[in-house]
Design a protein around this ligand. Structure first.
Ligand code: ATP
Length: 321
């Protein structure tokens, strides 16, 4: 392996820069040339590719977002479009590609490894949603979690001063990890996640019982994959007469300086991706499971259903009585 490329794709997440840095530095350490592809798969088809040096990733480990930029590129699902991408890689003699992104990005990488004559691909899980199989944690999840916790702590001050029920809508797409972890960590009274069917009437009863006991305020963390915060408020009003306020945290959750956990995770996974390329692996994604670096074939990742830790959900429920 003499030349590799790296790109970031899908939604950005804090720690992507640290992962790029690890790929670049690890590769150069082993005398491998590294190319950065700007704007994800879009840059790959538009030939927006530049050689990266040690200094290209200097002063980068602490920055949020991705300096290679990210893009959604729906046309990459078409084989003729991917042929252009393969041509751009082949003309530079690039034999390995590290794709940092979510499972949509992994699908693109899998197609490339099938269709190119001489290209190995390795995926690195970069998304705040923590919704990728084959890894306990994705790069960006910990930072987003901390951003949510900080926001909920602040909202709690207002909720208690004004004796109100607050509904906080958090990201996560179809996964409930961000809502579950932040709800547990911030002491939310109710956590709504897509993996567990919500009984709004039961939630309303719980709030009512709390109020009867003299509880003045309540925090509900609602994953965007269940419903919007506003919808949740409307649903609750069918069963209980309370004054709710909704706070949709939005894109604040995707930005910011990566946490220590995310920087370490990104560095370990980025370095491991290069090791796998060097040993001839392809069509696999790196991950961390029980604090050990692992790699899983893309096929296996796509087959498994995302699940949450049911015991943790039960615990959050038990602690919020
Ligand atoms: P996030 O979880 O942050 O949204 P993601 O990687 O899942 O990240 P997607 O928008 O699903 O985000 O995918 C990113 C890009 O990967 C797409 O814009 C497209 O270029 C490519 N891609 C997605 N699905 C496929 C597919 N089936 N075949 C080829 N390329 C794909």
């Amino acid at each position: 392996m003499k030349k590799i490329a790296v790109l970031t794709s899908g939604g950005d997440s804090p720690g992507m820069n640290a992962a790029i840095r690890a790929v670049v530095r690890k590769a150069i350490y082993h005398d491998i040339e590294v190319y950065g592809v700007y704007q994800g798969y879009l840059g790959l088809i538009n030939d927006n590719i530049e050689k990266l040096e040690l200094g290209s990733v200097g002063d980068m480990i602490q920055r949020g977002g991705t300096f290679l930029y990210s893009a959604r590129c729906p046309e990459f699902k078409e084989k003729e479009v991917r042929a252009k991408a393969i041509e751009n890689l082949e003309k530079r003699g690039i034999e390995g590609l590290v794709v940092i992104g979510g499972d949509g990005s992994y699908r693109g990488a899998q197609r490339l490894s099938e269709e190119a004559k001489n290209l190995q691909t390795i995926g690195v899980p970069g998304t705040i949603d923590n919704d990728i199989n084959g890894t306990d944690f994705t790069i960006g999840f910990d930072t987003a979690l901390n951003t949510i916790i900080e926001s909920v702590d602040k909202i709690r001050d207002t909720a208690s001063s004004h004796e109100r029920t607050f509904i906080i809508e958090v990201m996560g797409r179809d996964a409930g990890d961000l809502a579950l972890w932040s709800g547990l960590a911030a002491g939310a009274e109710t956590i709504l996640i897509p993996e567990v069917k919500a009984d709004i009437e039961e939630i309303a009863e719980k709030i009512q019982q709390g109020m009867d006991r003299g509880k003045k305020h309540s925090i509900i963390v609602c994953a965007e994959g269940v419903m919007s915060g506003n919808q949740c408020g409307e649903e609750l009003k069918k069963f209980i007469n309370i004054d709710t306020r909704v706070s949709c945290l939005g894109h604040i959750q995707r930005g910011g300086t990566p946490s220590g956990m995310d920087r370490v995770l990104a560095s370990r996974l980025g370095g491991y991706a290069v090791e796998l390329l060097m040993q001839g692996d392809s069509a696999k994604a790196v991950g961390i499971q029980q604090n050990k670096l692992t790699c899983t074939h893309f096929d296996e990742i796509f087959q498994a259903e995302h699940s949450i830790d049911n015991k943790m959900y039960e615990l959050a429920h038990q602690l919020s009585i």
